[in-house]
Design a protein. Sequence first.
Length: 733
Amino acid sequence: MEKIISSGFLNGKKSHPKKLLKDHLKGVSDKSKEIASFHGFSELSDQLQIISLTHDIAKFHEKFQRYLEGKKIRFPHAEPSSYLAFMITKDILPAEIVRRHHSYLQNFEDMMSFWRELDYEETLQTLNEFLDNIEIKYLNEQEWKRSIWVNWHSKYLLDSEIKAEEVWLRMKILYSIFITADRLDSLNIDKIAFEKISYKKSNFDTYLAKLPKNELSQWKNNIREITLENADKITKPGIYTISLPTGAGKTIIGLQTSMKLAQKFSLNSVIYVLPFISIVDQNAEVAKNIYDKVQEDHHLMNAYRENEDLTNLERFVISFRYFKDPLIVTTFAKLWELIYSSNSNDSMSFHRLKDAVVILDEPQSIPPEYWQGFGETLTFLSEKLGTYFILMTATQPKIAKGVELAPKTSFPKNRHIYHISDEKKYLSDIKPLVENKSNKSSLIILNTKKEALNVYIELRNTLRNNLFFLSAWVIPSERIKRINKLKELESKNEPRNLISTQVVEAGVDLDFDYVIKDLSPFDSIIQAAGRCNRNMKNKIGEIYVMEIIDENNIHGRSYCSYVYDSISLGITKEILFKNKKFSERDVQKLLDEYYNCLSNQKFQKGPWYEIKEGNWGGYFPLIKDNLYEDIVFVDLDGTVSDILYEIEDLPHDLENLDTKKRLWKYIEKYSINVSKQEMEKWDNYYNQVFLSEDQKIENKGNGIWLIKPSAIGEVYSKELGFIPYDIKEGLYG
C-alpha cells in the first residue's frame, strides 16, 4: 500500500483545502507509528499503517475534490475507503475503524451485518470509480464472501478463546491511536513530543515545608510515610486503595504515591480523576506546586485560555481534551467517556491509559449500580494495559477488591457529632436551627435546586453575614469564584454561610462550624460531614440530618426522592433511625454496613456488561441529570449574544469547523442546563407582556436558549443563578 501511495497517482489531489492527500495519508501513518511506539503498541504498527494509508483514499474521487473547491456536492468518503482496507487486510475490524472514523464504533453484530449485506459487484464498482487506473489485486467474490464469513463466524463468534471484551479492546486501541494521528495531521501538527513522568522527592518536601503547621501536621506526615512505604512493596499493576478520613491530606499522598510508582516502573503518566470541575481546579493547583507539566482537563478549559496565544498543538489538546502531558487532572465524566464511549473523538486518549497510574479520588460518586462492572473494567485494563488504579476516599465503596496502602487510622480527635431527626421536616423547620448561631459559619446542603432557592428565601434575613449560594443553575465561572471567596473568608476566620446543592459535597476544601443536610444516601451524608470542622479548629462540629418534605406536593413527597433511588435511601434510613446520634468514630462501622446492604440489593448494570456481549456502540453517560435539559446561555453583558450570532453566521464547511468549536467552548462558561418546561414558563409570560422585538429570552431552537442582558435580575440572578418562574414572586416580591 505504501508503494501505491508513493507511486504518484495521488499527485495534485487534496485531502483538505490546503493539504495534499498523499501527504495526509503518509502523515497519519507516521504519527500512528510514533504514538504506538511510545505507548508500547509496536505490534499494531502494520495494522495502523494500513488503516492510516487507506482511511481517506476515497477522497481521490472527483466528487470530493469538487467539494473541496466549494461545490455543493456530497461525497461520503469513509465507507468507500473501508472497502479497500478490507480488500487488503481481510479483517473487518481495521476496515470498520476506517468506515467509522468520523462517527462511532458500532455493536459487533451491527458491523458484521453491514459487511454481510454488502453486494460484492457494487463494492467493486465503487472502488473502480476512483481506483480504476491503479494496479491493486482485489479479492474475488468467493474470497470476499469467505473472508467476511470467517471474520463473523469462525474468527470471533465461535472461537471460545476470543472474548468480546478482547475484541473491543483491540478495536479501541487501534481506534484511539489512529483517530489521534488523523486529527493531529489534519491540524498540521508535526508530532507530539511525549514525555514520561518524573518524580522528585525534594519537590514534595519543599511544598510540605511551606504548609502551615498545626496539631494535625505530624499525624498527616506519619500517614503519608506509611502509605509510601506500603507503595514500595507493590510489584505489579492492579487495583490499590487509599482509605483515609477527610482532611488527612489524601491529595498530596495520592500524588506522591502515584509519582513514586511511576518512577519505579518507568510508567508514562499519572492521571488524577475527580468528580467535579471545581475540585479539578483545586487539585491541579496542588499538583502544579510539585510538578511543572500538569494538564488541567475539563470542558471549560478552552474558555479559561481563550485570550492566550496558543499553538496548534495546544488548541488540539484543549479542543479534543487529549491527555498529552505526563500529569493530567481530569473528571470522572471524562474518564468514563474515554473508556466506554464509542465516539471517535471521545476515544482519543484511551491509549494513554497504557502504563499509567490512575488515581480515582472519591470513586463513590459513581452510581452504585455501575460499581461492579466498573471494577471489572479496571481489573481487565490493569491486566491488559499495565495500568495501576488507586481508589482514594474516606468512604471506600465496593467497586473492586484492592490492596490497601494507607494505615488504618482515624482523626486524633473526634471532629463532629451527627444528630438525626426521626421526624420529617419542612423547609421552615431549618430556621430555628440557625437563629441562635449567628457567630458560627454554616453549610446547608439541599437535594434540589428549587429546594435550595426556597431555603435561601426563607433564611436570607437570618443569615446575613456573608451569605453565599451555589447550585448548577449558577454559571460555572461564578461557582469557582464563590468557592475561592469562601476560602478567603475562612483563612481570615470571618463569618460565612453557604446554601448549596450537592455540588459542594465531595472534595471541595471548605470548612464550616455546622452542617445541615437534607436526607441522602449514607455515603453522601458522610462526604458532606467532611466540610464540618474539617481542620479541627473548633472543639466539636455538628451535623444535622433531616428528611425535608416538599410542601407543594399533594402526596407529601420528600425532596430526596426526586434525586435518589429508593434502595439507597431505604438502607440509609434503616441505619440512621437505629443510630440517632453518633460521632465520627462510629462512621466506618456504619459505612461498612451501608455498603454491604447496598451491594446485596442493588441490581448491577452498565456499559461493561454490554461490552462483554459485543454491544459497545451504545452511549452510557455517567452523568444523566442534564441529558433531557436544554442548554441556556446567560448573557451578562452582551458578549454571549454576539458570539452566538457569529457562530450562526459562519458557513457550514471544514474551514470554519475549528472556529465554531473554539467559540462554542468559550461561551460554555456562561451556560447552565434548565428543563424546557421551566424556560417555556418564562417564554409564555414574556409573550403576554412584551412585543417580540423586546423579548428578554430567546429560543434559538435545537434545545438552546439565550437569556439576554435585559433579563438579568429577573430570569437570572447574579446572586442565585437561574430563577424558576414559580419562585420569582417569593424572591422578588
